[in-house]
Design a protein around this ligand. Structure first.
Ligand code: C2O
Ligand code: CU
Ligand code: CU
Length: 589
């Protein structure tokens, strides 16, 4: 690791109780006391990130699975250089117990920093977990699984030039190559994360015994699930229990891997088979029974989804740089700065990963927890999902933040956007893909932000007014500045709110499809700023009927085509204040 992780270590020491942080690599580099100013591995300045910051080894820490504010999320653009630091991060830990992990997220060099060791586990516990009487203490063991290659002097070897994957020839658990673990005769709880850059693992016990899964990425399953094997892609976590109580002293059992690389690829190709060895000792261990129920999990219902979005996972030609055309991946052909998803705080959406690319992409969203709904094969001729709808595997139930999107399938996840508003990344967790454009960002917007010109529903002006509380301000995203909102029904304004367009261009509110447009009830206080309003239809269609206290600031009102009493655009029975060039006509009826 480069020296930057010293700062990070300080943050983590400030975390609340009930957290275990474990660095998986030793930090020998620090002991020299030297400040590194160049990266150990080759930085490719053709990639987005280092193309602006050059060869400086930046770093920033992300708590994967953590529901944290935007400014503590390890925003990839907020990566900082040696000798510098970020602000103090705040991890509120407002979520159920789960196997979180943290790793570097610097734009365009995440793959290099994680390869050098900037990754570790973060256990979040809660009272439910503590009541389950699971194996703990010496019987609860993290298994951070990564693959690496080494030079003959033991230093880490990584691709010389950018490639769209990295597959090491050794498997490391908690920073050690092919280690063994002495186990007592009893149950162990293993907390697994696939912290590898690109490699997937299909793990099984060499004696054919089953593994008991108790949790997935973000918490417990409802009930334990028995598995012959399990597959985890980069970023995914498993919470497992293995029972060694029935084995003779000295028994050796391997945890083996059979996943091809790339994944799913071809059986046997690229497989590194050994992961870890268990050696059974004579001492008795933890033998209490496992509970039969572990947690209650709310099921997110597709009927409650307000938005469905489809994402095409695809390879793209990258513009040649320094004479080389790097392999590049993308989501919908768009880049990091193309922000097109604005989920509204508190709403539920269905996101579909549509993958015709030939390999699996583990798709991860920051901030949120989701559930995998289903998968459906894509008909190659039509490019559309068709045929049987397959439920997620038993091992994929529960709250997840990373989902395998297999090739030839569309994978649907259902997600509620809550916790915080702001910008958050979503990306493929193959770090070489993430570093070369398979990472975008979405913005959770407050329900009071108008992002769409539609008549109703999340993002609309009507929705914003409904969700606003007294004293709130409704803002307009600048992507709709200059656009027209067409209302099909009157808008009732019966509270005390500010409706403010702060953008350079006015927003037009057009009532040509409705009778009276804005109806301000008696007792309410409304301020509107910087709009053009087109009055309602019909003989007496008004732009505004005011029975309350209304302040209009920089408002221009046009008469719609149908009004016989055209020109009388505000019918005022209350208190009306006009500021800054309001262009309106009044009537009292
Ligand atoms: Cu492991 Cu963007 O995350
Ligand atoms: Cu994450
Ligand atoms: Cu990918």
């Amino acid at each position: 690791g480069c020296h930057i992780s010293q700062h990070k270590q300080k943050y983590f020491k400030k975390q609340a109780f009930l957290i275990t942080v474990q660095w998986i690599n030793n930090l020998r580099v620090f002991e020299t006391g030297l400040l590194r100013t160049s990266h150990v591995l080759n930085i490719d300045t053709c990639l987005h990130g280092p193309d602006m910051t050059g060869l400086t080894p930046l770093a920033v820490v992300h708590l994967h699975g953590g529901k944290v504010p935007h400014n503590s999320d390890g925003y990839p653009e907020d990566a900082f250089p040696p000798g510098d630091s970020s602000g103090i991060y705040f991890y509120p830990n407002i979520q159920p117990a789960g196997t979180l992990w943290y790793h570097d997220h610097a734009l365009g060099i995440t793959r290099l920093n994680v390869m050098m060791g900037l990754a570790g586990l973060y256990y979040l516990r809660d009272s439910n977990e503590l009541s389950l009487n699971l194996p703990s203490g010496e019987y609860e063991i993290p298994l951070v699984i990564q693959d690496k290659s080494f030079h003959t002097d033991g230093s880490i070897a990584y691709n010389e030039n950018f490639e769209d994957h990295f597959f090491g020839d050794k498997i490391l658990v908690n920073g050690k190559v092919w280690p063994y673990l002495n186990v007592k005769k009893g149950k162990y709880r293993f907390r697994l994360v696939n912290g590898s850059n690109s490699r997937a693992y299909t793990l099984a016990l060499s004696n054919g015994a089953q593994l008991t899964q108790i949790g997935s990425d973000l918490g417990f399953l409802e009930t334990p699930v028995m598995l012959d094997s399990l597959t985890l892609l980069p970023g995914e976590r498993y919470d497992l229990v293995v029972d060694f109580s029935s084995y003779a002293t000295g028994t050796q059992i391997l945890l083996t891997n059979s996943a091809p690389a790339p994944f799913p690829g071809f059986a046997g190709v690229g497989v590194i088979p050994n992961v870890l060895k268990f050696i059974v000792q004579s001492a008795a261990g933890y033998t209490s029974p496992l509970p039969s129920t572990l947690a209650e999990i709310e099921t997110l219902l597709p009927a409650n989804a307000v938005e469905q979005r489809v994402f095409e996972l695809m390879a793209m030609a990258s513009p040649p740089c320094a004479g080389i055309s790097h392999p590049m991946w993308s989501i919908n052909g768009l880049g990091w700065d193309d922000i097109t998803e604005f989920p509204v705080y508190g709403t539920t959406e269905i996101w579909t990963w549509h993958n015709q690319s030939g390999i699996s992409h583990p798709m991860h969203l920051h901030l949120v927890s989701f559930q995998i709904l289903d998968r459906q094969a894509i008909n190659e001729a039509t490019g559309q999902p068709e045929g049987p709808i397959l439920p997620p595997a038993a091992s994929e139930k529960g709250w997840k933040d990373t989902a395998n999107s297999p090739p030839g399938f569309s994978t649907r996840v259902i997600v509620r956007f809550d916790g915080f508003t702001g910008l958050y990344p979503y990306h493929c967790h193959i770090l070489e893909h993430e570093d070369h454009e398979m990472m975008r960002q979405y913005e959770v917007v407050p329900c009071q932000l108008v992002t769409k010109t539609i008549n109703a529903g999340p993002g609309s002006l009507r929705y914003a007014i409904d969700c606003a509380e007294n004293g709130d301000t409704i803002f307009f995203d600048n992507s709709i500045a200059g656009d027209t909102i067409i209302l099909n029904d009157p808008l009732l304004l019966n509270k005390n709110i500010f409706i403010i367009n702060t953008n350079a261009n006015a927003v037009t509110i057009n009532g040509q499809n409705t009778m009276h447009l804005l109806q301000i009830t008696s007792g309410s206080n409304i301020t509107m700023e910087h709009f053009q309003i087109i009055s309602g239809m019909g003989t007496y269609g008004r732009a505004i009927i005011n029975d309350g206290n209304l302040i209009l600031d920089n408002i221009s009102i046009l008469d719609s085509t149908g009004g016989l009493n055209g020109g009388y655009t505000v019918s005022n029975h209350g208190l009306l204040t006009l500021k800054h060039n309001c262009n309106i006509k009044l009537s009292s009826f």
